[in-house]
Design a protein around this ligand. Structure first.
Ligand code: AHR
Length: 657
């Protein structure tokens, strides 16, 4: 049976009938050969794609709770409001600021009467505050009047009750940093921060900041630990950053420039986030990039979670879906220099200009950068001619760096064919293919790479996600149908690990109240985060990636959809395991037998079963574990394993060799 995109009726049928209905059908035999010919699997095969979309960084991974902390948004008071009934005023000022280029604005506050004036910050769709958690408040301030004014902050819940507070007492007419730590006495998903002046008078403030104690590794000014943990749990092989279209920018001015994202937070120049206005149906006017999460932090994150860093740089072209601005070829040098400097920033000795900056930020050891992307979803001759200039210069100085090249926006068609031909003719290291397609595409493309060129450029399946509706539709969902189709497709990627050496789902994160693009792998709100069924599929592939593929066939053929079955197999030479991945995309159970050569008789193992009540089942904040793997013991009889594959299931079987 071929799986069709099912509707509600199909799903109901599956829920009520399919699960119980083991078809009267013959047993399907899979021949697996643990000693058979295969190809090595790259240790960084399965990774994660990070982009600051859907409030992935500001309002998400970057744990800062104050929105527009430096008053640098286009509307400098956005995110802030005056507390009702106050006797005083505020003025956005830019004369005498702490950084005349990167941080021009600050706020001048005036209270007409003692304790009479305050302002409030709404956070990123509120602030998630946890009972018993310590919070670190910091601010830059200077006195500007004749009397000395203090500042009291109150974290308040939606009813206005104070759930945590602290006071700072700025002194003197120079900018200085002030800090206070306090403990919250309630858990509130959408709190806000009120900042009151104590006394009467005037004061200047900037870089108003609030972080929880429980950041990842408790780093001050760090990342949300629950979100990083979900990534770490996948043991990803690589971390691609910072995108995505954000690399390109709507205009060249709005492109991602890594050098502006390092150093002290107050010196990182904020810009608009391109997703702010991308979709008319999901406008996000308060979406900016503070770059508190910058290139140093990305490298550090990759290192923390054991992933190889894969930065992607602008190639001298703005997003071709937007302005498509290009840099003239004779003016491309600064862009290429950015690439060379980035490699030095990551790998250079502390005596080098950029290696020194890395060391000053706390990481004298190199980050061991091996991969670098030039361009994201760029296409056409304009891309190829720019890419050639980048490649020549980078390879001359750093021949060991592998360059990831854009394969365009789609996995087929004129643009793709042009790029694929040109890039392969250039001897490109790695081509980044993207597929946002319906589930049926994923099922039918499980054999996509079986006949690819095995000697030339490698493929990076850099962005994929099955779409339950059309691409970028706001009603796309992360249901089991989509995840199952990806699981089926990925058997083909795993089988062809000599062609496809890296793979990642995209986008990675989405905030429930601040997203622009769906589906996404991990959903968050201000307090929690959960993995979708798609996350669970990725995680199983990553955790059990093995070290070498081995043959698995049905009647002598690769298993790419016959009887709605999809399969791949690997061995893990370190753990001494045979690992079989099989998808049953049929609405009924199927009896199967794995006849395994090269394994110990009566070997034991574990089955991780991922399935759902219906194809429409999703995980959610209320039920994050609807679709999670369930483990059970399995044992061979002799060298055979009998299994009944559940309807619509993804099965990962690990057997001790
Ligand atoms: O993942 C969302 C977007 O999809 C990425 O920014 C872009 O590369 C692709 O078009």
């Amino acid at each position: 049976m071929k799986l069709k995109r099912i509707g509600l009726l199909g799903a109901l049928y599956f829920a009520l009938v399919g699960a119980e209905n083991v078809q009267a059908q013959s047993i399907k035999t899979f021949d697996v050969d643990a000693n058979g010919k295969g190809v090595a699997i790259s240790p960084h095969m399965w990774g994660v794609f990070f982009e600051d979309i859907n409030m992935g960084a500001d309002g998400g991974l970057y744990a800062e709770l104050i929105k527009n902390r430096s008053f640098e948004f286009d509307s400098p008071f956005m995110g802030w409001s005056e507390i009702k009934g106050g006797k005083g005023s505020y003025l956005v000022n830019n004369i005498g600021s702490i950084n005349k280029v990167a941080n021009r604005h600050f706020l001048h506050l005036k209270s007409d009467i003692p304790d009479g004036y305050g302002i409030s910050n709404e956070g990123f769709r509120g602030m998630g505050i946890k009972k018993g958690m310590q919070y670190h408040f910091s601010i830059k301030a200077r006195q500007t009047g004749n009397s000395t004014v203090g500042l009291r902050l109150n974290i308040v819940d939606q009813a206005g009750s104070v759930i945590g507070s602290g006071t700072v007492n700025p002194q003197g007419k120079e900018w200085r940093d002030y800090k206070v730590t306090f403990t919250a006495n309630a858990t509130v998903p959408k709190a806000k921060t009120n900042l009151w002046m104590t006394g009467a008078g005037e004061i200047d403030i900037d870089m108003v900041s609030l972080f929880p104690q429980d950041t990842w590794k408790e780093r001050p000014g760090g990342l949300r630990a629950d979100m990083v943990q979900l990534l770490a749990d996948m043991k990803p092989g690589f971390l691609r950053f910072p995108g995505g279209c954000i690399v390109e920018g709507r205009t060249l001015d709005e492109r991602f420039q890594w050098k502006k994202t390092i150093g002290k937070p107050e010196d990182r120049e904020l810009i608009i986030n391109r997703w702010n206005i991308e979709f008319k149906h999901r406008l996000t006017p308060d979406y900016f990039q503070s770059f508190g999460l910058g290139f140093f932090e990305y490298f550090q994150l990759a290192e923390d979670i054991g992933a190889t860093a894969l930065p992607i740089l602008n190639c001298g072209m703005a997003c071709q879906f937007n302005t498509g601005e290009v840099v003239p070829l004779d003016q491309l040098q600064p862009y290429i220099q950015d690439a060379l400097d980035l490699i030095e920033f990551a790998n250079g000795p502390v005596s080098s200009e950029w290696g020194k900056k890395r060391a000053e930020m706390g990481h004298p050891e190199p980050f061991k950068l091996k991969l670098l992307g030039v361009g994201n979803e760029n296409w056409g001759p304009q891309y190829i001619e720019r890419l050639k200039l980048f490649t020549t210069v980078i390879k001359a100085k750093y021949p060991e760096i592998k360059i990831v090249n854009s394969g365009g926006t789609d996995p087929s068609g004129e643009r793709f064919d042009y790029l694929n031909t040109q890039l392969r003719a250039m001897g490109a290291d790695i081509i980044d293919e993207h597929y946002y397609r319906p589930p049926q595409w994923f099922f039918s493309n499980a054999k996509r790479y079986d006949n690819y060129d095995r000697k030339g450029s490698k493929v990076f399946a850099g962005e994929y996600a099955a779409q339950s509706k059309e691409i970028a539709s706001p009603i796309n969902v992360n249901n089991w149908h989509c995840a199952l189709s990806e699981a089926a497709f990925l058997t083909g990627i795993e089988r062809n690990a000599d062609v496809v050496t890296m793979a990642s789902y995209a986008p990675l994160f989405a905030h429930a109240d601040g997203w622009q693009w769906t589906p996404d792998m991990i959903w968050i709100d201000n307090l929690t985060a959960y993995g979708t069924p798609n996350y669970q599929v990725q995680k199983l592939y990553s955790l059990y990636k093995g070290t070498k593929t081995i043959p698995i066939t049905m009647k002598g053929k690769q298993v790419t959809g016959q009887d709605s079955l999809y399969a791949s197999a690997v061995i893990d030479a370190d753990k001494k395991e045979v690992i079989i991945k099989v998808v049953n995309a049929m609405a009924t159970s199927q009896k199967v037998l794995f006849a395994i050569k090269g394994i110990k008789s009566n070997a034991k193992g574990i089955l991780s079963l991922l399935t759902a009540e219906t194809l429409l089942t999703r995980n959610s904040f209320e039920s994050p574990d609807e679709v999670v793997p369930k483990e059970s013991q399995v044992a061979l009889q002799g060298k055979n394993l009998d299994l009944t594959l559940k309807p619509y299931s993804f099965n990962v079987i690990r057997l001790k060799m």
